[in-house]
Ligand binder design. Structure first.
Ligand code: EPS
Length: 386
């Protein structure tokens, strides 16, 4: 559903690394590897992460498309090396392995294993799990950081916070007066990325309980974007609708199970008179009485902050596995055990920020265009309404 930007990621979780290419970023944008590294590090954090994050130091090398810290308008390619590769060289060898490795045939309920084995006629579920692993999201975050850099240039900022882990909810509202920089600074200081310190303790407890039980927990996070002009997206056609583009991007992450915009599901229980955000005039400026629409009306940005809530399922790799069938013997067994996290919701919120950044950068370029950042800014200045 992207119109101006295209991107692709490649790489297996225990292969040599992840590669990514993004095309469509205008020339003249200041970009460094260190800038991308900030979000990669944020994705690696969070209470509940497992052993893999102790091994990796995710860093995206810019392979092409940038010269002297400025984008060239050409495709930008990136490489994140897997430091864990040294432990998997033979098992994941591109050529013939030196020794035989045991095939895995006990699919994990909830993961891509069973359908993936059937789809590709595999007899070893490592062939599925290596690519379906959430490891791939590291490259999405690197690509999202490039889009975030572009958005920052025109005053569009993105922040997030976790508001639920398992059944523990942080009711703290994100006040309209809070800048998204402050929101991220506060959330980033918490190991679960929530705002309330007391709730943080309870969230940590529920994660630790799950871990002790060989279990996993999911949760929910909110992603917000500010500084938007009117009219990103379109009401003209189905594939132009901004909420559809955001929802598609969020739901393209395996573990994300639900997306709400603004008041979301709660909208159905409200009267229209309670829900809709009144249009008022304040100092000759159009303002809204509330933002239940979550910044999108009729498929377009309405110059209010965009609010997206996303729910993440508990990870499906379990230390105490669920029942499964061994596809080799067709006998009942327990599912395959793989190293895993007990909770990755804090990391997921950074992935959510990245997905929103990609969609908004794309919609910005669709509306205002420009081969260079200078041109984009000129177009925005002459026709962007706030
Ligand atoms: C992840 C890397 C993976 C997992 C996790 C996320 O690495 P490994 O399998 O070597 O531990 O830790 O992915 C899953 C739990 C999953 O089910 O896909 C990462 O880089 O975020």
């Amino acid at each position: 559903m992207l119109k101006k930007i295209s991107y692709m990621t490649a790489g297996e979780s225990h292969g040599k690394g992840l590669t990514g290419i993004i095309e469509g970023i205008p020339a003249g944008l200041h970009l460094t590897e260190e800038y991308i590294a900030i979000d990669l590090l944020r994705r690696m954090q969070g209470h509940g992460r497992g052993g893999r994050m102790k091994i990796e130091k995710d860093f995206a090398e810019i392979f092409s498309g940038v010269r002297h810290e400025k984008t060239l308008g050409s495709p930008i390619s990136l490489i994140i090396k897997n430091l864990d590769w040294v432990n998997w060289e033979d098992r994941m060898a591109v050529g013939k392995p030196e020794k035989e490795h045991k095939k895995i045939s006990m699919p994990r309920p909830g993961h891509a294993d069973l359908a993936g084995m059937m789809k590709y006629d595999f007899d070893d579920l490592r062939n599925v799990l290596e690519r379906s692993s959430a490891r791939e999201t590291a490259m999405r975050v690197a690509i999202g950081a490039i889009c975030r850099r572009l958005l920052e240039e025109v005053g569009i900022l993105i922040g997030s916070r976790v508001y639920q882990i398992h059944d523990i909810v942080d009711e703290t509202p994100v006040l309209a007066t809070m800048s998204l920089k402050d929101l991220n600074d506060t959330a980033d200081q918490s190991s679960v990325r929530c705002l309330d310190k007391d709730v943080e303790g309870k969230m940590i407890e529920v994660i630790d309980t799950a871990k002790r039980n060989g279990d996993s927990v999911g949760g929910s996070f909110e992603v917000i974007a500010s500084g938007l002009p009117y009219g990103l997206g379109s009401y003209i056609n189905a594939d132009g609708k901004l909420q559809a583009r955001i929802t598609q991007a969020m739901m393209s992450v395996n573990a994300f199970k639900g997306v709400e915009l603004g008041a979301g599901f709660a909208s159905s229980a409200a009267f229209g008179s309670e829900l809709h955000d009144e249009i008022l005039l304040e100092d000759d400026k159009i303002v809204r009485s509330s933002n239940n629409a979550g910044g999108i009306e009729g498929g377009m940005s309405n110059a209010q902050p965009i609010h997206v809530k996303v729910s993440m399922k508990p990870l499906s790799t379990l230390v105490k596995p669920l029942k499964s069938i061994d596809l080799e013997t067709m006998e009942p067994v327990l599912a395959h055990k793989e190293r895993t996290d007990s909770c990755a919701v804090p990391a997921a919120s950074i992935i959510g920020e990245s997905m929103l950044a990609i969609v908004l950068a794309d919609a910005l370029l669709e509306k205002f265009g420009g081969d260079s950042l200078t041109q984009l800014k000129k177009h925005l200045k002459s026709s962007g309404k706030y």
